[in-house]
Design a protein around this ligand. Structure first.
Ligand SMILES: Cc1ncc(COP(=O)(O)O)c(C=O)c1O
Length: 418
């Protein structure tokens, strides 16, 4: 059972077992673990700390946000509808159709899109939608890449499923090997979280890979959730999306999106993590059920934020500026790190996934000797029985600061880690 400490007015402290014991199956969140790891260390260097841990772009957010929030201020006194506004659905539907070259009219925005107050809460809530009591007479499985975005595991565990960690290493192209999934596992799979471009490795799934994942979801009757929140941060070519691939596959009964949901966010695309704005799109049957579930449990996206988000999804100029900034940062990082720590240029996203021997030790040294804060790879991954933790030897470096800061931090990494 879970134990909690209660402070009462008398000053007495007592411990009582309460609550949902599934929570005990989770470790602390990666950034809490990092805070605990680094708390005893005072950086020696007399320099300002450089935070390269959280995927929180520090670019100036587009002016559109402030303008539209001010113009829409009369909406703050209204509860927002779970489905958002028709304008928001149209803007995101149009964006998906443009970005992924979908046949005109194939995506019906009103039945296929829901706004999300950031994708994290909905990626988490999705497991409550997708995980039944049993699947194929057994405990349902939720598949995810390893390493992975922490809420996938939290969602699986809290929904009563078994999280299954699929190695995504250099050997597998940094994505799970779909050919290694056994029928025994797939039969009890309720939900599969895929992330492309992947956090942390930046690998992008090919059309063939996504087509295979979609086919498996349909054959075995599970929900395929494709987390595409880094889709707009790319260096050379826009990564393909799951809806784009689904649109090109044969489908029956006018249902191109069966079993499929994709998640998109403004946090990275528009450097607006604080806006808490994203959306989910795909299978109208799942969207309808998700809408019902969300009526009970979601925060809803406030009307002014819906208006700001609508304007952002209709604007590409600020996104192109962002991409140019990331290109400059990757060039600066490559100049310092190229040829070391297995450096490679990721297909998408803004992370470096560097092989440094021991990620925790490296994170401690970088903080102690250079005031550079990075995340040990092991905090994003799990050990499967008999296998090494695929993140143990790595650090994740988020290129979220400006180019000069990134260049200096990368020089510090080389100086300190050798
Ligand atoms: C892979 C991945 N998915 C989803 C999210 C959540 O983004 P948000 O809740 O800001 O939309 C993040 C944020 O870091 C992420 O890295």
């Amino acid at each position: 059972m879970v134990s909690a400490d209660f402070s009462v007015n008398s000053g007495a402290v007592f411990t009582e077992a309460i609550g949902n014991d599934r929570l005990d199956l989770l470790t602390d969140y990666p950034f809490t673990r990092l805070a605990n790891l680094l708390a005893p260390i005072t950086p020696r260097a007399n320099v300002a700390p450089v935070l390269l841990t959280v995927g929180e772009p520090q670019h100036t957010p587009p002016a559109i946000i402030e303008e539209t929030l001010r113009a829409g201020a009369s909406g703050w006194n209204k509860y927002p509808p779970v489905g958002g506004t028709p304008e928001f659905r149209a803007a995101t539907g149009d964006w998906l159709t443009r970005r992924y070259d979908l046949p005109a009219g194939l995506l019906h925005a009103d039945s296929s899109i829901l706004p999300l107050s950031g994708t994290r809460e909905a990626l988490f809530m999705l497991a409550l939608l997708a995980v039944p009591t049993q699947k194929a007479g057994r405990q349902p499985a939720v598949l995810m890449p390893n390493p992975f975005y922490a809420p996938y595991e939290g969602a699986a565990v809290m929904a009563g499923a078994e999280p299954v960690f699929l190695s995504a290493t250099r050997e597998t192209g940094f994505l799970p090997d779909l050919d290694a999934l056994t029928p025994e596992l797939l039969e009890r799979t309720a939900l599969f979280y895929l992330c492309t471009p992947a956090n942390p490795q930046g690998a992008a799934a090919t059309p063939a890979y996504l087509a295979k994942a979609i086919a498996l979801a349909r054959q075995y009757g599970f929900v395929l959730a494709v987390d595409e929140c880094y889709a707009e941060i790319w260096l050379d070519a826009p990564p393909v999306g799951a809806l784009q691939v689904a649109a090109g596959l044969p489908y029956a009964d006018g249902k191109p999106w069966s079993n499929l949901l994709v998640f998109h966010s403004l946090s990275k695309r528009s450097s607006a993590a604080g806006l808490r704005s994203g959306f989910v799109a795909g299978d109208p049957a799942l969207i309808g059920r998700f809408s019902r579930l969300r009526s009970y449990g979601c925060a809803g996206m406030p009307l002014p934020i819906l208006a700001a988000s609508t304007a952002l999804w209709r604007d590409e100029a600020h996104v192109e500026e962002n991409r140019a900034a990331y290109r400059a940062k990757f060039a600066a990082a490559e100049a310092e790190l190229g040829g070391r720590y297995g450096y490679y240029r990721p297909a998408g996203g803004f992370f470096l996934w560097l092989e440094v021997g021991n990620g925790e030790e490296a994170a401690k040294r970088l903080w102690a000797e250079g005031a550079v804060r990075v995340l040990p790879g092991a905090y994003l991954s799990r050990s499967n029985p008999g296998e090494p933790n695929p993140g143990e030897a790595f650090i994740r470096v988020a290129l979220v600061q400006d180019t000069d800061t990134v260049a200096q931090a990368c020089a510090s990494i080389v100086r300190i880690l050798g």
